[in-house]
Structures are given as C-alpha cells and as structure tokens.
Write a protein that binds this ligand. Structure first.
Ligand code: HEM
Length: 489
C-alpha cells in the first residue's frame, strides 16, 4: 500500500489486513463476472427489441427481471465492498459480518435464479404488489415466494452489514452527529474530524439501513399475501414502500462507490480529500433528500396526495445539487494542475463522477410533473439510470477493482488497458444516449416487442452494447488473471 493520504486515518488500513482484503477481492471478482453476464442479457433484450433475434415475450420478461435484479445486486454488493474496504481504514470492523453478508447474498442469488429461470417468475425486479400473486397463470405462487425469499435473504445480509458499520462508527466517533462532522458544520470545530469516507459511510448506513428495513417489511407482506390473499396491504402504500426501498437502495450503491474516489484520487494527485464544512453540509442534506425524494417515481399516480408529488418534484431539483456539485466540483479543483498520473484506475474513477453527474440530469428533467406526464414509462427512464449506473457506479467499481490488483510499478495507460477503457466508455455512452433518444421519441419502456419504426434505434444500441461488453470483458479478465496470480504467489 503506497501511503494513505486521507486525513485522520488512525486505524490499520484494511489493505494490510488480509481478513478484509480477501472477501473484498472475491466480491469484486464476483461483481465483475455478474456485470458481464447481465450486460449480455441486456444485449439479448436490445437484439430482441430490434427484431434481430426471436425471444418469446415470456422469456423476455424473465430476462428483464434477471437483468434488473442482477445489476442492482451487483451494484449493491460492489458498493458495499468498497465502503467496507475504506471504512476499515478508519474504524474497526468485524470480518465475519462481511462473510455473513456474502453468504446471505449468494444464497439469495441462488433462490432468485431458480425462481426466474425454473419457476418462470417474470414480475420485474420491482416485484410490484400484487403482481407476484397475480401472474395470470404465467408462474406459480411457489416461484414468486422463492423470488421474494431470495430478496429477503439479500436484505437481511445488508441489514447485518449496516448494523455492523453503524456499530463500528459509533464506537469510534461516539455519536452519529460527530461521524457526520456536525461539530465542524455547526461550530467550526476541527477536533477529531472524521475523514470523507466516514462521513459518507455514516450517511449511507442510516438511509440505506432504513431503506432495507422498509423493503423487507413489504416483501414479508407480499410473501404472506401469496398464501393468505385476505392478508393484504393498500396497493398504493405498498407501491410507496417498494419505490422508497428501490430508490434508496440504488442510490446507495453510488454513494458507497464514490468513497473509492475520495480515498484513491488523492493517491494520484497528492492532494488529500478534506472534510470541509460544505462537504459535511452536502452529506447531511443528502441524508434527508435521498429519503424524501422518492415520490418522483409516483408522479403518474393521480391518487397520490398532491402535496407529496410537489415535494417529489421540488426535492428532485435539490437532491442532485449537494453531492454531485460538491463531489464533481471538488474533483475538478483537486485535478486542476495537480499533475495527476493517469492510469486505468484513475481514468475509471474520474469517469465514474462524470457518469454520475451527467446521469442525474435526465432524472431532474423527468421529475418535472408536466414533463413526467409524457416522458415517464418511456426509454428516457432506463436512459437516466443506465447513465449513472453503467458510466457511474460501474466505472467507480471497475476503477477500484483495477487499483486493487495494480502492480508494484507505476503502470502506463497504454495498450490493452487504454483500448478496453475506450471501448467501455464509448460503447456505454452510445448505449445510454440511444436510450435517451428513444425516450425523447416516446418509445415506451418494458415492451418486449417494438414497432418497426423503433427497431433502428434498438439495433444501433446493440452495436454500442457489443463494443462496451468487449471493453468490460477485457477489464474483468485482466482483474481475474491478476487476482489469480496474486493468490498463487
Ligand atoms: C451493455 C450494457 C447494458 C445494456 C445493453 C442494457 C440493456 C437493458 C435493456 C434493453 C433494458 C430494458 C429496457 C426496457 O425496455 O425497459 C434494461 C433494463 C435495466 N437495466 Fe440494463 N443494460 C445494460 C447495462 C446495465 C447496467 C450496467 C445496469 C446497472 C448496474 C443495468 C440495470 C438495469 C435495470 C435496473 C433495468 C430495469 C429493469 C426493469 O425495468 O425492470 N443495466 N437494460
């Protein structure tokens, strides 16, 4: 480890602690493989929509469910690995909790895969109540129950994880306020200032802990409802709970992954990433906004109270600003005339902040109620979240992966590494821009069969997807080869 440049790092760096390093490296290997496989499923969907291959609609929705939940899971577990790894530089974490998360996660994945590809569950990763129980004969209640049980296992794993990160942060910083740097924010105190990774981890622990609990509650209700239909829940309340959980969870994946930027960019620029007053204010704001902003997913639900929708719209403008502006703006300042050393890892980390920032913008547009009426449920929405996931979270995760297995010598950003990066970035940009273009042309989302007028866009996207998948496969293969040779050494 070449020097930890974050401030106030007073615990053993995790990268010297083998018990934290091995499970994290394994997680990144797993996430990389799953990402490639799920991108292939994404390509299958695009080829099918473009009429280039025949996929029965029932199978299309199974593939869509697997792609959605597989990607959300891969983003979640890679983000969790990044947060664990860097948080362990500053607080003392208990290794078996992380192994337990991995165990629950993998068991959940087995159940989910069985439910989809053997039981034919195809109700999308959002499992919208009461769809699991009302399949119209496409899948049996057992398949829906297995899917929900799998999700529950993953959720319990994450809950244990956040209980442990919360415990360790409280032991070290004595209160949540201190871990969120409130003494600095409200009194200007510099005493025992938490580094950015701790501030971010504390905020994510709180909001995603709440999100996972709400998700688990609605999953349990849906599970009981499968076998006891009289045990129901108001569908609007269930939708609120599901979208609250889904919104918070997917956002948390990036808020965890960005910790890699805070910790690693200083290694490349020689400038420590500081916990400033503005940084602390931004993270405290996000703690509230991530929780409060989810009604922007429900703007078409006319039965929602008007005030909730207006709150969703107004807070959506606000929510993009604190972190994206603070992180993106700080990154530009830290990079400016820093003489940064570019290699694959640093290029990916900077790309991640770009993808995140740019990907939030279409969401803010879609959160305007009058725009949402025509734009929601079109490809605009996959365009937005693919932007911030494919070019945001995934870029940060790959940047971290690449850094984890870096050689002892400084590496040139040339050859296969440069080509792989170029293919991933340009292919990925093509994929997301085509999604947005299709959305702006009113192509609906989640349609297995597309009208002939739309297929040209689907086919162009497929070409970009192939280019991106080639780039990502090279980066994952590079990681696996280096990881395997390190393990043998
Ligand atoms: C080559 C890259 C990718 C391609 C070609 C691709 C393709 C697709 C397609 C065609 C859909 C369905 C769109 C629709 O008609 O509604 C979709 C949905 C989705 N994708 Fe991707 N995708 C890719 C990468 C990713 C990544 C990296 C993530 C996240 C990390 C992701 C997460 C999702 C999610 C959450 C859905 C929503 C599924 C649903 O509506 O239930 N995708 N993707």
């Amino acid at each position: 480890m070449t020097g930890v440049l974050t401030e106030n790092s007073d615990a053993a760096p995790a990268d010297r602690d083998v018990s934290a390093l091995l499970p994290v490296k394994l997680t990144m290997a797993l996430s990389g493989l799953v990402l490639v496989l799920m991108m292939l499923l994404g390509l299958v969907m695009r080829l099918a929509q473009g009429g280039l291959i025949d996929v029965e609609p029932q199978l299309f929705y199974e593939v869509m469910t697997a792609h959605g939940i597989g990607m959300v899971g891969a983003a979640g577990i890679s983000g969790a690995a990044i947060m664990w790894f860097f948080l362990a530089r500053h607080v003392r974490l208990t290794a078996w909790v992380y192994w337990t998360l991995l165990g629950f996660f993998l068991s959940g994945v087995v159940l989910i895969l069985w439910a989809i590809f053997v039981g034919h569950f195809a109700g999308a990763w959002t499992f919208l109540y009461p769809l699991p129980a009302k399949s119209g004969g496409v899948w049996e209640p057992e398949a829906a129950a297995t899917y929900l049980a799998g999700l529950l296992l993953v959720g319990v794993g994450f809950l244990l994880y956040y209980l442990e990160t919360g415990r360790a942060i409280l032991v070290r910083y004595r209160s949540l306020g201190r871990a969120l740097a409130w003494p600095l924010l409200f009194h200007g105190s510099q005493e025992d200032l938490p580094p950015p990774s701790v501030v971010a981890s504390a905020a994510v622990t709180v909001f995603n802990g709440v999100g996972v609990i709400v998700g688990a509650a609605v999953i349990v209700i849906s599970l009981i409802n499968l076998y006891l239909p009289a045990f129901g829940i108001d569908p609007l309340l269930a939708k609120n709970m599901i979208y609250f959980f889904g919104h918070v969870f997917i956002n948390a994946t990036i808020y965890m992954a960005v910790i890699a930027v805070y910790e690693l960019i200083p290694e490349y620029t020689g400038r420590p990433w500081k916990t400033s007053r503005v940084f602390a204010a931004a993270w405290s704001a996000i703690l509230f906004l991530v929780i409060a902003v989810y009604p922007h997913h429900l703007l078409q639900d006319t039965v929602m109270p008007g005030w909730a929708l207006i709150v969703g719209q107004v807070l959506s403008y606000a929510s993009g600003l604190p972190l994206v502006c603070v992180t993106a703006f700080s990154l530009i300042v830290y990079l400016h005339r820093s003489g940064i050393r570019w290699d694959l890892a640093s290029a990916l980390l900077v790309t991640g902040v770009f993808g995140w920032t740019a990907g939030v913008m279409p969401a803010i547009v879609d959160a305007v109620i009058s725009v949402n009426k025509v734009l929601h449920n079109t490809m605009w929405v996959p365009g937005h979240f693919h932007f911030y996931l494919l070019l945001g979270e995934v870029a940060m995760a790959f940047g971290f992966m690449t850094w984890l297995v870096r050689g002892k010598q400084e590496e040139e950003f040339t050859g296969a590494a440069r080509w792989a990066y170029g293919a991933y970035f340009l292919g990925g940009l093509g994929v997301v821009l085509m999604f947005l273009f299709a959305g702006a042309s009113s192509v609906p989302r989640r349609w297995a069969v597309h009208l002939p007028e739309w297929t040209m866009q689907d086919r162009i996207t497929s070409v970009f997807a192939i280019v991106s998948i080639v780039g990502v496969s090279v980066m994952v293969a590079r990681y696996l080869i280096r990881f395997a040779s390190e393990s043998r050494a």
